[in-house]
Write a protein of this length. Structure first.
Length: 278
């Protein structure tokens, strides 16, 4: 395989030095796609995707714009159901159950598979009410100590120390990075098993993005994290496994992150990583 360029050498170095604490883990599959096709009308966004995602690891989804990364993410918790022209063929299992079976409640599924979006989207409510929102909607507010649940979620999102004395303030008054961590707190308050993140740092400055990356490293102790990112250095820094999608919604390679960045099997993956296209 051709010698990789300087940019890729930097990525390789980062892969070698990160995630050492999780390298010896062996985990069962929590999410599995089998021959998954997704169509928007007549246009196929995902093509015959098969992948097994292990629990308590960070899986990064990378690839050029329009290759189906976000479509795949939204397929996991059936957010694509909200698009009238969307059609899904194949299977996508969560804990062995096909989430597209007729007896699966998408709302119940999303309680177990939370999502954080590209742009922070706190509700126009207090910080406290943002975090408590999901518990109240699910009717759990009377079953738990709400104050304790809010504090635990904010601590889990590494935000408690910054906001504990202003929980009645609007979530919209926080900085962009704080808002994104507030959204993460809102997601984990309902105790999901999987957290999906669709480019969660793309709208943030480098300092705020670094805090989110550090947070992801902590979250994976308790959750499975699947993150879509355009930033290959970020994928190298934070993920255990990396899936590479290319034009046409094809999953061309999925492996340990170090293998993807140091010695990919498919020449197209090396071409993408080294900037020859995409």
């Amino acid at each position: 395989m051709a010698t990789q360029e300087n940019e890729n050498s930097l990525i390789t170095t980062e892969v070698q030095t990160e995630n050492t604490g999780r390298s010896d883990r062996s985990h069962e599959t929590v999410l599995e796609a089998q021959s998954l096709d997704v169509y928007y009308g007549d246009d196929r966004a995902l093509s015959d995707v098969s992948i097994e995602i292990p629990e308590h690891e960070v899986t990064a989804i990378i690839g050029p714009s329009g290759c189906g990364k976000s479509t795949f993410l939204r397929s996991i918790n059936r957010m694509n159901d909200q698009i009238d022209v969307c059609r899904v063929d194949g299977e996508l299992h969560f804990r062995g159950k096909n989430v597209y079976d007729a007896d699966v409640d998408p709302v119940a599924l999303r309680r177990k598979v939370g999502q954080v979006f590209q742009k922070p989207n706190p509700f126009p409510k207090s910080i406290y009410d943002n975090v408590a929102y999901g518990l109240r909607v699910q009717g759990k507010a009377d079953d738990v100590d709400l104050d304790d649940a809010v504090e635990r979620a904010l601590r889990g999102a590494a935000l408690w120390d910054e906001v504990h004395d202003k929980l009645d303030s609007s979530g919209l008054d926080l900085s962009g990075g704080q808002q994104q961590r507030l959204c993460i707190a809102r997601a984990i308050a309902t105790d999901p098993e999987v957290i999906l993140m669709d480019e969660p740092t793309s709208a943030l400055d480098p300092v705020a993005a670094s805090k989110i990356e550090d947070l992801i490293d902590d979250l994976v102790e308790d959750y499975t994290v699947v993150i879509v990112t355009h930033n290959m250095q970020q994928a190298a820094r934070i993920s255990d496994k990396t899936a590479v999608f290319l034009t046409g919604g094809e999953l061309v390679e999925f492996d340990d992150t170090a293998t993807i960045f140091e010695n990919p099997e498919d020449d197209r993956v090396e071409d993408y990583i080294t900037g020859k296209f995409g």
